[in-house]
Design a binder for this molecule. Structure first.
Ligand SMILES: C[S@@+](CC[C@H](N)C(=O)[O-])C[C@H]1O[C@@H](n2cnc3c(N)ncnc32)[C@H](O)[C@@H]1O
Length: 270
């Protein structure tokens, strides 16, 4: 699947307590509403199912039910753990965006996906605008952000530091107020055998496919970012649009290509 083909997705509820939430999401994202998810067998053409399961919006791949359902959960699980114990400003992503005690940039995450990097950056003090073009992914993200806003520990962060925009950043990047840093992490063809890819990522990859137009993100990003553009790439991938970065930060399987527009200001001495 690539971004020119829309996957066949509908939405339903697992328990009757989620009927109104499921209908609300169906209306907002213009999705077919099937009612109780048990009726899914009456819809053989569906590839994916969004289900509201006790207030959580989840996505299932119908022909591979063993992969389980994916959701965006900033409150518990791996993303929450990474924010609490991930290593703060010492992390490679923090170095790549140029985070300093005195510099907490406004970051436009122009390929937001499931919001893991965005949430991490918000947790490090950045103001983050998340842009995502796929309605299903944007719906999952919105659900995760809304639930985070109800949790006392991260409510402020989710309310004041994370703003979601459903749009394609190739066309609409400038909707975001001028960002200090633009972060890009487009999908790249995966080399790993699918058995090695985590189950949740297999569902996500099947939904999103490859971002075949990713090269077109770089020029508008470089034109808009005040200080820098950071691109996350698998270590074996060529740079985006084959443009040589100013600096590279290498990690085990990935790297950050950093394109510097201008130096980040040094803190004023008192
Ligand atoms: C690899 S995922 C990003 C993962 C994300 N960094 C995270 O931490 O969860 C790439 C995402 O970018 C989105 N995307 C790709 N091109 C885009 C564009 N031009 N505008 C907005 N979103 C885009 C895809 O739909 C996909 O959800």
């Amino acid at each position: 699947m690539n971004n020119n083909s829309t996957p066949n997705v509908a939405i339903g509820y697992v328990d009757r307590c989620d009927v109104s939430q499921a209908k609300k999401i169906a209306h907002k994202w213009q999705l077919e509403y099937i009612g109780d998810v048990k009726s899914v067998s009456k819809h053989p053409d569906l590839q994916f199912l969004l289900q509201v399961n006790h207030q959580y919006l989840e996505l299932c791949k119908l022909d591979e039910p063993k992969l389980g359902a994916i959701k965006v959960d900033f409150v518990e699980g791996a993303i929450a753990h990474r924010r609490k114990f991930g290593g703060g400003r010492g992390q490679d992503i923090a170095k790549a965006i140029g985070l300093k005690h005195s510099f907490k940039p406004h970051v436009l995450d122009a390929t937001a996906g499931l919001g893991r990097d965005a949430f991490l950056l918000a947790g490090l003090g950045c103001q983050v605008t998340l842009m995502e073009r796929m309605p299903i992914v944007a719906a999952l993200l919105e659900d995760g952000i809304e639930r985070a806003r109800l949790n006392s520990a991260i409510s402020d962060l989710a309310t004041h530091q994370m703003k979601l925009i459903h749009a394609s950043s190739i066309q609409s990047m400038t909707i975001a107020e001028q960002p200090d840093v633009i972060y890009l992490d487009p999908m790249y063809p995966h080399r790993e055998k699918s058995a090695l890819v985590k189950k949740e990522m297999r569902v996500f990859q099947a939904l999103v496919g490859e971002d075949l137009d990713a090269d077109s993100l770089l020029a508008p990003a470089l034109a808009l970012a005040k200080y820098r553009v950071v691109v996350k790439r698998p270590s074996y991938a060529p740079p985006l649009a084959n443009k040589k970065p100013s600096t590279i930060i290498k990690m085990k399987k990935n790297r950050f290509d950093v394109y510097v527009n201008q130096a980040i200001p040094k803190p004023e001495k008192e």
